[in-house]
Design a protein around this ligand. Structure first.
Ligand SMILES: Cc1cc2nc3c(=O)[nH]c(=O)nc-3n(C[C@H](O)[C@H](O)[C@H](O)COP(=O)(O)O)c2cc1C
Length: 172
């Protein structure tokens, strides 16, 4: 961290909490928790996600060029976050423990604790060191559940949640 930086200044940036999911070239499926997801343009609608280079989801997005984002609701459990946010698809088949449907692009759209989802096709990517920012053109999306989207602040305050090192917002 740089000397002129009070880390709390970064902690006050607002986010939501999402499952970013994708598939491999051979059709294997995986997903991970991410807070660093945001819409970047409206015409056409495009979204971006910052994904750690070591994650299996990163490998799959690079291979298939498609990803889905499920917007998590306030009733998401820490068990669900533990599975998708602290374990890798390299060690556990996460999708066998979740409800999902095949999206228009062939990605698994995770339905558990999801307010809505969008699907995107990668149109560009930016190497930012530990992470890649994938930019995707939105090709589908729907509101699927009731409930309110969970904010990252609520995740910390209400759920007493933490983020692992692979998260761009890791607090050390
Ligand atoms: C609250 C929270 C926020 C996270 N945000 C991100 C993120 O924005 N980008 C990222 O690459 N990883 C993020 N992670 C970490 C990944 O979810 C984690 O490394 C996951 O195990 C990767 O799984 P995979 O190897 O199956 O893809 C976050 C985890 C948590 C719990």
């Amino acid at each position: 961290m740089s000397e002129g930086l009070d880390a709390k200044a970064l902690w006050s940036i607002s986010y939501g909490l999402y499952v970013v999911s994708s598939r491999s070239g051979e059709g294997r499926l995986n997903g991970q928790i991410a807070n660093s997801v945001f819409q970047v343009t409206s015409e056409p609608p495009q979204v971006a996600a910052a994904i750690n280079k070591g994650n299996l989801t990163h490998e799959y997005i690079e291979e298939s060029g498609v990803f889905a984002v499920s917007v998590l609701s306030q009733d998401v459990t820490m068990k669900f976050i533990g599975l998708f946010g602290f374990r890798s698809g390299r060690e556990v088949d996460k999708l066998s423990q979740a409800r999902y449907m095949p999206g228009a692009t062939g990605v698994p759209v995770v339905l558990d604790y999801s307010v809505s989802f969008i699907e995107a096709e990668v149109v560009g990517s930016l190497d930012v060191g530990t992470h890649t920012i994938f930019v995707g053109r939105v090709v589908a999306g729907r509101v699927i559940g009731g409930g309110r989207p969970l904010t990252y602040a609520e995740y910390h305050e209400l759920k007493k949640g933490k983020a692992p090192k692979a998260a761009p917002t890791y607090r050390g």
